[in-house]
Write a protein that binds this ligand. Structure first.
Ligand SMILES: [Zn+2]
Length: 240
């Protein structure tokens, strides 16, 4: 089967460009997906921080309530102290008040710590919200640029598909099916230029028989990778 090297070279060029364009087209949505995953991660972190803040506020409120209850109790004890009937009762009340005041002071320290923690969390949340806003902006920007590029890439792909169809007409009719099958399964790797005595795709050494066929512009396939090989030079079919 005689196939000109220039036809195969042209077809290979078109397939390479097409697969490059298709890859570039796929890259856009992938980029957007990666940015969306990033946003989802930031939102998750924010939700955790918000839950932490809520829990910290509940704990702080509980402690404040405890403190208030303790203070009320101390006030009550002080009233009793003034009305103490015996020295023993007076002493006991005094000790009780001192103990409760100590407990209250520990609680007050804990409340202060809890408030600091709340402030910290609130600051962290504000920062996280800024990151989320920026991530959303990035997605919008990426979507716009991908949309603009997709239009251009589609046009270019369409143009090349037209070129491909035209170039495929130069293939012998009885060879087209073999070629199509190869292209369907291997894409741009369906073909390779011979480099000296080697397959340009996998660098398998070609047999002398292969070389003779190649120079004769016969369709040959690498016995290792199965690529359709073509010569780097143009020869008239049958002249080799
Ligand atoms: Zn090969």
């Amino acid at each position: 089967m005689s196939v000109s090297a220039s036809t195969l070279r042209e077809l290979h060029r078109i397939h390479r460009q097409l697969s490059d364009l298709r890859e570039r087209k796929e890259r856009g949505p992938k980029l957007i997906k990666a940015r969306e995953a990033n946003l989802a991660r930031l939102a998750d972190e924010l939700a955790k921080l918000e839950a932490e803040l809520k829990a910290a506020r509940v704990r702080s409120d509980q402690k404040q309530l405890l403190l208030k209850t303790g203070e009320d109790k101390i006030e009550g004890l002080k009233v009793k102290l003034n009305q103490a009937a015996s020295n023993r009762e007076y002493q006991a009340l005094k000790e009780q008040i001192a103990a409760d005041q100590m407990a209250g002071s520990v609680l007050a320290d804990e409340i202060l710590e809890a408030m600091e923690k709340i402030d910290e969390l609130a600051a962290h949340i504000a920062e996280q919200q800024k990151k989320i806003a920026a991530a959303k902006q990035e997605i919008t920007k990426a979507e716009e640029s991908v949309r603009a590029q997709a239009g251009e890439l589609d046009q270019e792909i369409k143009r090349l598909e037209g070129e491909l169809q035209a170039a495929e007409k130069d293939l012998p009719a009885d060879f087209r099916e073999t070629y199509q099958r190869l292209v369907r399964s291997k894409g741009e790797d369906a073909m390779a230029e011979a480099q000296g005595e080697f397959c340009g795709g996998c660098y398998q050494q070609l047999t002398p028989n292969n070389m003779a066929e190649l120079h004769g512009s016969l369709a040959i396939f690498c016995r290792n990778c199965g690529r359709l090989l073509y010569s780097p030079e143009d020869r008239t079919p049958g002249a080799g």
